[in-house]
Design a protein around this ligand. Structure first.
Ligand code: HBI
Ligand code: FE
Length: 295
């Protein structure tokens, strides 16, 4: 776990967290000038890129939070603001936490955000969610009541899916909505997923590149579709509007899991005859990548 040492260990020698819920103090006063500088670089880059790419709700959330370009936000202030809007808080964690810990937080309207920030040499890619991904990417959407309720429902659903042994299917819904979702708006296709909104390269790729498929969101279809964690997505799923997520929050997933488990899994690049295809991707990007790896 890439924990910034001066903030003290969250996990002891045996890898056990000090607190059962894995939270740590953000230790805001201890961020260095270099760390605030990484935030500033990332923040300014994304702010230039996102108008006209991020959905209206994301842009509105950003402006309501009045996040500072120059500094990593203080979670205490962020939580005060969010609490007034949608009853959410932001709590600090060292990085990825176990699934059930993650779900328990979400079910209680606490968003676990990575305390650390990536190094200057990792601006475009890192594996674990850091404060830029979690705060810049996720928190603006938590200002929106629909997303606020939907993410809480995912926490509740996650705990249940774990018991049913169908977590991979539910995780795909989260992945293709909260992390990598696109939405159709009046002016055109827009992004709302945090994994895209916090990525300089993918926020362009997902909308402008001819390579990926863009397919109308369909719940069962998405539950069957595996995803890539190490590269751009081969397919993005597009909502007609964000309110569609609320319908998802109300659905009884149990019969769905049952049906989905009897169908074959799909690989990320598959396009099916029944798909509502918005853009049929050329697949060029991932094909080229695969060929260079085979060489
Ligand atoms: N922990 N901090 C953190 N952030 C996540 O997004 C996260 C996690 N633990 C588990 C997890 N996500 C997922 O794999 C679940 O959504 C299935
Ligand atoms: Fe995330």
């Amino acid at each position: 776990m890439k924990l910034n040492e001066k903030h003290g260990a969250a996990a002891g020698a045996a890898g056990r967290p000090e607190r059962a819920d894995w939270t740590i103090d953000q230790g805001w006063e201890q961020y260095s000038a270099e760390e605030h500088g990484v935030w500033k670089t990332l923040f300014e880059r994304q702010c230039k890129l996102l108008p006209g790419r991020a959905c209206d709700e994301f842009v509105r959330g950003m402006s309501e939070l009045t996040m500072d370009a120059h500094q990593i936000p203080d979670f205490r202030r962020l939580s005060d603001l969010l609490m007034k809007r949608t009853g959410w808080q932001v709590v600090a964690v060292p990085g990825l936490v176990p699934d059930e810990v993650f779900f328990e937080h979400l079910a209680n309207r606490r968003f676990p955000a990575g305390q650390f920030i990536r190094k200057p040499e990792q601006l475009d890619y890192l594996e674990e969610p850091d404060v830029f991904h979690d705060v810049f990417g996720h928190v603006p959407m938590l200002v929106n009541p629909v997303i606020a309720d939907y993410i809480q429902a995912y926490g509740v659903g996650g705990l249940r899916a774990q018991q049913l042994g169908v977590l991979p299917q539910l995780a795909r819904v989260y992945w293709y909505t909260v992390e990598f979702g696109l939405v159709q708006q009046r002016e055109g296709l827009r992004l709302y997923g945090a994994g895209i909104a916090s990525s300089f390269t993918e926020s362009v790729f997902c909308l402008d590149d001819p390579s990926p498929n863009r397919i109308g969101f369909e719940l069962e279809r998405v539950m069957r579709t595996r995803y890539r964690i190490d590269d751009f997505q081969e397919s993005y799923f597009v909502l007609d509007n964000l309110e569609q997520l609320l319908e998802l929050a109300d659905i009884d997933f149990a019969p769905l899991y049952e049906r989905v488990s009897r169908q074959s899994e799909l690989v990320p690049g598959d396009v099916l005859p029944g798909d509502r295809v918005i853009t049929r991707g050329t697949g060029t990007y991932h094909r080229a990548k695969q060929q260079s790896q085979e060489r």
